[in-house]
Structure formats: structure tokens, C-alpha cells
Design a protein around this ligand. Sequence first.
Ligand code: FPP
Length: 256
Amino acid sequence: MTDGSTEFDSATTAPAIIPRHIAIVMDGNGRWARRRAQPRSFGHRAGQKAVRTTVEYCLRHGVGVLTLFAFSSENWKRPDAEVGALMELFLKALDKEIDELHKNEVRVRFLGQLSAFSEALRTRMHAAALRTAGNARLTLNVCVSYGGRWDIAQAARRAAEAAVAGELDAATIDEAVLAPFLCLADVPPPDLLIRTGGERRISNFLLWQLAYAELYFTDTLWPDMDAAQLDHALDDYARRERRFGCVPDPVTARAS
Ligand code: FPP
């Protein structure tokens, strides 16, 4: 296996090649709620169930890293009531799910501008990360108040600080030197980005880390995402030829 993905062969319906790292833009909660004449917060609550389904799917299929875009830097511009409802949901979700996640050996982390959150939420996030830090079956990265440009900017700022402190030579800064300062530097980059909800864009998510990710867009709204939909995404991924900027393998190319 040249791309580092792992083979999966224990379930007949599961795709043969499993990405090591899946990143997801969970879009469509608002529309899902509107179709049911409910407030947007109703959709976010339903979205939480889809998060659970997706975590279980990753555990079952041996995906090592799952990164979720739960709240973008731009989401602060939403009406106060919706932001408040989302914060409440995150707090409740943490309290409700953390025991199960820990039992399933999931390491949970929160990435983004955490200083923007209330003390209560930051304390809970920190406690959850600390409690699950030793788990190794699945790493669940929850991106909150996160933006890809923010990530690159904070990495550049921290590299500059290291240069000022004499810890690195600014003239040597290249991709390899900057990479460790970015979020997710300690896990392989996403192999597969899934975006639900019909839009075909990245929306300032993991701009650096998605450089060679395979992109999968689906019209399915996030609360409707289930194991069958995830199977579709992984089946599609298994059929992709990943070249990372290289030319195709001459033997494979001749055969096709
Ligand atoms: C985008 O849908 C979704 C969000 C901004 C929130 C995502 C949050 C969850 C799925 C809740 C649970 C998460 C965790 C980690 C516990 P949208 O509101 O933009 O939908 P729309 O495009 O239909 O309006």
C-alpha cells in the first residue's frame, strides 16, 4: 500500500481500502430542521446523533483519525440564539458522550481559537482532552472556532516567536519547518474530506492539511448521514487513484 491507507477485510460490505484520517464538514443541520418546520437548534441536536454514528463507524472500520468541523471562526456571526444553542449542545454533548468515548478508547481533542469560548466550556474541553489523552484506538479532533487561515497564521506567528527566541533560523523556514506548528501536526493528514449538505467548497477548513486529500461531496444533509452513506463515501474513496503529484504507476497505467 503506497498511500499508507489500511486494508479492511472483515466485513463483506465494507470498502477494501480504509482512509487513515477522515475530515468532515458537517453541513445541512439548518435545512434538515427547516424541512421539519423546526428551529435550527433542532437540526444541530440531530447532527449530534450523526456524530455518534460516525464515531462508531470509524471505530468499527479501523479509521485512526476523525476530524470534525463543528464550529468555524465565521460561525460566531450567526444569531446569538443559535450560537448559544450550539454552545449549550457542545456542553451537554461533552457531559453525555465522554464516558462512552473513553470506554471506546477514543482520544478527544479540541482545535481552534479556544480562548473565544466561555470558561465553563473551556474547562470541560480541557478535562475531556486530559481524561482521554492516553487512548489510541481513534483520535477525534473537534474543530471549534477554527479556520484554516487562522491555523496558518498562528503557525507563522509561533514560528516567528521561535525565531525571535533564537530557537530556529528564520532563513530556514520552509514547509517542513512550518508544518509542526500547524494543528494536526501529530497525525497523518486527512486522506478523505467529506462535505455533506450539497455545497462543493472547503469553507476555510484545514487549508494546509487538505492539500492531497480526496474530496467527497454529498447532497445528504448531515443529520441524515448514516453507515450506508459513509459506506458510499468510502467506496468512492477506495476507487480513487492517489498520485500525490507523481505520474501513475507505469504497470497499472498500461493495464488500464
Ligand atoms: C452546519 O450546518 C453545522 C454546524 C455549524 C454545527 C455542527 C454541529 C453539530 C453537528 C452538533 C454536534 C457536534 C458535536 C461535535 C457534538 P448549518 O447550520 O450551516 O446547516 P445549513 O447549511 O442547512 O443552514
